[in-house]
Write a protein that binds this ligand. Structure first.
Ligand SMILES: [Zn+2]
Length: 162
């Protein structure tokens, strides 16, 4: 999924108490890989909008993608944080949710999601997220969860004082 959708899914589903943390963890798996590469290209003056061809993407970008898109790593880190700071861990669930969304919506041709990395390189050869049949329901889902989050925030601030 695109990074804006991931950010908004994180906010809508897990941003009740810590909205910025939920948005950050929703975006983080792509920011540390694609985002970092885009920033470096931008700094070097060779940034081109759109998805970069595989042959110009450095090995570290693939490694960071695999590490940040491992449900094992995301689950372990979130569980450790849960033991210390449960509200923070709840917002961090945007991270494993990002991975769950990427598993069926990436193909073997471009960054398949090896969700059991580093134990296994297994991935599901899914349907690309930028296919309209996937992306339009995604936008609808984002509108529903963000709408619900904004509505529940408004409702909470409109409660009569006791
Ligand atoms: Zn991703």
């Amino acid at each position: 999924m695109d990074i804006v959708s991931h950010t908004l899914w994180g906010y809508g589903l897990f941003g009740r108490q810590k909205p910025l943390i939920a948005m950050a963890f929703g975006a983080m798996p792509d920011m540390v890989s694609f985002g970092a590469f885009a920033i470096i290209r931008f700094a070097n003056g060779n940034y081109v909008h759109g998805k970069p061809p595989l042959d110009i993407i450095p090995a570290w970008c693939f490694l960071l993608y695999d590490l940040s898109h491992s449900i094992l790593i995301a689950g372990l880190v979130t569980l450790l944080v849960f033991r210390l700071r449960p509200p923070l861990a709840f917002a961090m669930l945007a991270w494993p949710f990002h991975i769950i969304l990427d598993i069926p919506f990436h193909t073997r041709h471009y960054f398949p999601t090896k969700f059991f990395y580093p134990l296994s390189d297994y991935f599901y050869d899914g349907i690309a997220w930028n296919t309209l049949a996937v992306w339009l329901p995604n936008v609808a889902g984002v509108l529903v969860v963000v709408g619900f989050r904004l509505w529940s925030r408004k409702k909470a601030t409109n409660l009569p004082e006791e």
